[in-house]
Design a protein around this ligand. Sequence first.
Ligand SMILES: O=C(O)/C=C/C(=O)CC(=O)CC(=O)O
Ligand code: CA
Ligand code: MG
Length: 428
Amino acid sequence: MALKSFIEVHPDSHFPIQNLPYGVFRPGPGSTPRPGVAIGDYVIDLSEIASAGLFDGPILKNFSDCFHQPNLNKFLALGKPAWKEARSTLQKLLSSTEPTLRDNAILREKALVPLIPFATAQNKIELLLPIAIGDYTDFFSSMHHAKNCGTIFRGPENPIPQNWFHLPIAYHGRASSVVISGTDIIRPRGQGHPSKNSPPYFGPSLKLDYELEMAAVVGPGNELGRPVDVNEAADHIFGLVLMNDWSARDIQAWEYVPLGPFLGKSFGTTISPWIVTLEALEPFSCDAPVQDPNPLPYLAEKKSQNYDISLEAHIKPAGAKDSSVVTRSNFKHLYWTLTQQLAHHTINGCNLRPGDLLGTGTISGPEPESYGCLLELTWNGQKPLSLNGTGRKFLEDGDEVIITGYCKGNGYNVGFGTCSGKIVPPLP
Ligand SMILES: O=C(O)/C=C/C(=O)CC(=O)CC(=O)O
Ligand SMILES: [Ca+2]
Ligand SMILES: [Mg+2]
């Protein structure tokens, strides 16, 4: 019998009792941010559960102040045994056979907050960035994406750089401009260089793009100078979010040789509000692609695993009734695994800290419909897409990009909800 909650959850919901993703929310205007867990159309207020003394396992009974914080960093720092304990406490508390919360109307009233806000201003719940992000790194782990970008930017002879098959390439992103789903993105201005013979121009980006990605949220992290072993790296990852690494292709193409992306990406990166734990994703793990050549020993894992997560990106133009699906991809296409990314990041002694964000890189698959950005889908604007009859080379003002992702279980989904953002006009 599948685990069931006393809270009714629609079979299509992303948030059944098997998921229990973590976020941070404000139950109403002016109230303090607090951690919560999504179930069906509700958020469980973890500060209320902690205040009621219900985190009573051996670890959390001494550390339940981690649920009276404006972000999840303190909980992340506690590590995997505490995460496991919290999950089993919450799964028990929410199960249909457990009376503690089910039959306590006063506690239910305090701890269960409707996620779909009612129309009234008073109980408009607000979802916030769940973590304080000290550092954000973005990898480049899809071979299909690397090949397509290489062909477009560097030509078809050697599209994938020689180092790519030996190490998970990355660049340091900008943590300050990571924003929560629903935040508008102002079209950036910057320099572009349309062709060899013309001088550079300055103005609003003419090639604004999305990048369909996921990102790992780092747990305890490591001490400076002490790398994480690749076979222990999974214990350092709390969970995953959806991510859109907005990219201004014209700014990027002109600025990024030889030091890598800078202003073409640092104007905004959107993440989804709910962190789905690796524990909830475990039933959906699958073998990662076979790596050829074999990676160096520090990247060779005993078990190399991905997750079967269906991913979609949609674009909804201003005033359009419906959005159009532009990408259909899957997390399982990634060549370098999350654990290889994390181990590689620390191999020189670099320390990761709780709440650090590690983007996977754009998740493109082999089929043209699975390409994870407009640069690939329109081949740098040469082949416009049709969105319900309207042509698109790159994003226009008013376009909303919506990324979704979920794993299909037997009679339920473990999903990520949505990660969305709308392009608004540049500054004058
Ligand atoms: O190959 C290039 O020149 C550029 C690639 C990217 O812009 C991708 C990037 O940000 C990393 C990724 O998302 O995979
Ligand atoms: Ca990226
Ligand atoms: Mg970005």
